[in-house]
Design a protein around this ligand. Sequence first.
Ligand code: PLP
Length: 462
Amino acid sequence: MADVTGPDPSVAAFAAAVATATPFLAGVRGLPTTAGPVELPRTLPEGPGPDVAAAVHHLARDLAPGIMPSPGPRYFGFVTGGTLPPALAAEVLVGAWDQNVALAAMSPALAEVESVTAEWVADLLGLPAGLSAGFVTGATMANWTALAAARHDLLTAAGWDLEADGMAGSPPITVVVGAERHSAIDLSLRYLGFGRSQLVVVPADDQGRMDAAALAHTMPTVAAPAIVCAQAGNVNSGSIDPMDTISDIARAAGAWLHVDAAVGAWLAASTRLRPQLAGWERADSWALDAHKGLNTGYDSGIVLTAHPASHRAATQATAAYLPASADHRDGSAWTPEGSRRGRALGVYAVLRQLGRSGVADLVERQCDLAARFAEGLARIPGVTVANEVTANQVLVRFAGGDAVTHRVVALVQEGGVCWMGGTRWRDAACMRISVSNWMTTPADVDRAIDEVSRCWAEAHSR
Ligand SMILES: *Cc1c(COP(=O)(O)O)cnc(C)c1O
């Protein structure tokens, strides 16, 4: 691109990308919810192509068959949020501005965005003021960061210098988890030196909630110091651990209480739904995913802690060329990352555009549409809703057992009207429906119910 004679190539590439993305966005509500494998050219080009705009179009053309229309309104797989318009605009600006949000000195604007967003998120969710925050790739790294802060905090209190002396030979920390925790907890703990067989597992109830009575029995038997990992939003059922009781128990035991709230956090933005999380504000740390219920683009996880000094000590790097700026927010000091994109901008843009009531409406709509799914599906003979639908998640079983359920899920996925995944829940195969997208309307849910009904009829008539 050395020989620039036409329009600036960045502008040309940008215009080509917008031109290519526009029909996708304009049509995403109507696209079939299917995607297939793509094959890209396997020969590395020997030199530059002639025209960046043409290259953008070729790239999009090659990838199109494999692009899943998951930003659309009838994609109910995993827990897949869409992208709200202000969040999409933020993604574009982040790309064009190309700010490195490692240090305030590199981008005063994005450092300020992170500061304000951290305060707004805590305020919106009924959490205390003065929390430390890190903007990370997702809830996996949010859990990791929170648990790294916990590890530092507890070992420091035990007189151990973790940063100097490492984990080997350190005072043991007991980690207490629920039986229905997300696999990201195990993964984060593994990265931090805690193996699966070292975890103390508290049983869960039939909705996947940690059994608080069992936790109360367990805590006096475990050695201090301890971390308790609770969950706000089971990835299958959407259920939320009894936070009030768990907070009391953890506090009485002197344990660090961490909450994996990747699925359930945004419920706290609604006065109607917040009671489900009552007591979570007394935790020590929280892991959130903005790219789920809040509908920002990927990758957007948030970690919050009530122990800023321990948080920072766990994740801050020091080097001679890094300026110390006590007055400014250096984003990388609060995350395991160095160079970072301006991912907080999407969260900020959504909160600034929607405000408190707009976010409350968004999450209430997700939960109301999940309830609509449950009611509609439960009316079909042979179809059983397998969970209490208290949030945005619905689990469905079909008469005839696991094989039939697998067949219905496969037929729905092939049909292209809507996309639902499968899971195992309480020892049975289930269809798993997650309503997480701002675009989804009651008509989309009704259409999806009809499609599930059609596939169920086809599956059991075979
Ligand atoms: C999605 C999820 C995670 C992992 O989040 P990522 O954003 O995929 O890293 C962790 N915990 C729970 C409960 C989740 O639903």
